[in-house]
Design a protein around this ligand. Structure first.
Ligand SMILES: *Cc1c(COP(=O)(O)O)cnc(C)c1O
Length: 379
């Protein structure tokens, strides 16, 4: 095994899974009841536990965050000929489901303070789009790096036009804005429990909403749109998107420690900011007023000093996994030709930003090691 110059000799990863130790007993329960399937009491339990933790009224657990977003678009009737407005500064999974539905994405630049979709820009562009007869059917707003987007404001802007708002809260489980969970206030919200997210089911996602009809439709679609009759009856075509009970069991053990996990990620962020915040040109992503972000990943920008690619490579040599910020979607070959309403902010962030290891299982020694290495590379 390769040894690294880190405190434990192991590579320090960006955001590895962090088990609570309770997951195994839930997995054993699934085995004991033989519900090894995308059905059964463990799945219901995971959904209930999620609703309790977040105060969303309804939820369906699915195979991935991408599947949750796809179901959201499908349930809102987005299809060929429709436009969907979405941020450019995000992971491709925010945009891909728009294309799965044969709809047209229109990418928007991000706010320089929150890094989320630029709401001033949306507010400015909507009346113009209305005049030209090219209004979107839905707007997707991402809570980037755990930073909750102001869904109330976005909904207020979109509502007069009858546009639905989808929160891509994939990175934001446990984040709050004005005391309410991230994604509340949007028409529906998608979450991810992929291996690198704050909370993992080993791969999974969830769609939550206050709209019971929407969630129940998504549930049906996630199970091949089987109607509740004893034989195989389908009134529409669905997907095989339901979460498996084994993944849900892992999720039950994870949800029990959600509060602790968020608290630890916030501590990690604070540690980095204390250690590096006063260095020339360094800026951390600040929380908007009223927000309590989960700080999934600590993100910062460097106005001076090394190029982010060089910094990531130099940290890699020290056994540290850092990453550049999201490469904007309008710069991706896969999305060539997609419309883009730009201000230059996302390109600038991509040009000077990185994410540091932020896993909640990091020890103080590892944290100090990373902060020290970054510090020495910035001088
Ligand atoms: C992780 C992520 C997704 C997709 O979730 P998966 O569970 O990996 O499918 C969607 N949007 C954003 C912003 C993400 O970070």
């Amino acid at each position: 095994m390769t040894s690294y110059p880190t405190p434990t000799g192991e590579r320090i990863l960006l955001s590895p899974p962090h088990m609570s130790g309770r997951e195994r007993s839930y997995v054993d329960e699934v085995f004991a009841t033989n519900f090894v399937a995308p059905a059964g009491p463990m799945l219901a339990r995971f959904e209930e536990q999620f609703l309790e933790a977040t105060r969303f009224p309804h939820a369906v657990a699915v195979a991935s965050g991408t599947a949750a977003l796809h179901l959201a678009l499908r349930c809102l009737g987005v299809g060929p000929g429709d436009r969907v407005w979405a941020p450019t500064f995000t992971f491709i999974a925010s945009i891909a489901p728009i294309l799965y539905q044969g709809a047209e994405p229109v990418l928007f630049d991000c706010d320089p303070e929150t890094w989320n979709i630029d709401l001033d820009l949306i507010e400015e562009e909507l009346p113009k789009a209305a005049k030209s007869g090219v209004l979107p059917k839905a707007i997707i707003a991402v809570d980037l790096y755990g930073q909750p987007c102001d869904q109330d404001r976005l909904s207020r802007i979109a509502e007069p036009y009858g546009i639905a708002v989808i929160a891509d809260s994939a990175e934001s489980v446990g984040s709050l804005l004005n005391g309410r969970h991230a994604g509340i206030g949007a028409t529906c919200a998608a979450f991810s429990f992929n291996g690198n997210k704050l909370l993992t089911t080993g791969g999974g996602g969830l769609l939550a909403s206050s709209d019971k009809t929407l969630v129940e439709h998504a549930r049906t679609l996630s199970q091949q749109a089987r109607m509740p009759v004893p034989h195989y009856e389908h009134e529409e075509v669905g997907y095989n998107y339901r979460m498996s009970a084994l993944n849900a069991a892992v999720g039950c053990g994870q949800l029990e420690v959600l509060g602790e996990r968020v608290a630890r990620r916030r501590e990690i962020f604070d540690h980095y900011r204390r250690a590096l915040g006063n260095m020339p040109g360094v800026r951390f992503l600040e929380e908007p007023q009223g927000a309590r972000a989960n700080r999934w990943l600590t993100a910062l920008t460097l106005e001076e000093g090394p190029e982010p690619t060089l910094l990531v490579e130099a940290l890699d040599r020290e056994g540290i996994e850092a990453r550049r910020l999201w490469k904007p979607m309008h710069m991706q070959k896969a999305l060539k030709g997609v419309s883009f309403v730009g201000t230059g902010v996302s390109e600038k962030l991509f040009g000077c930003g990185i994410c540091l290891p932020s896993g909640s299982s990091m020890s103080e020694a590892q944290l100090e090691y990373v902060a020290g290495k970054v510090q020495s590379l910035l001088i």
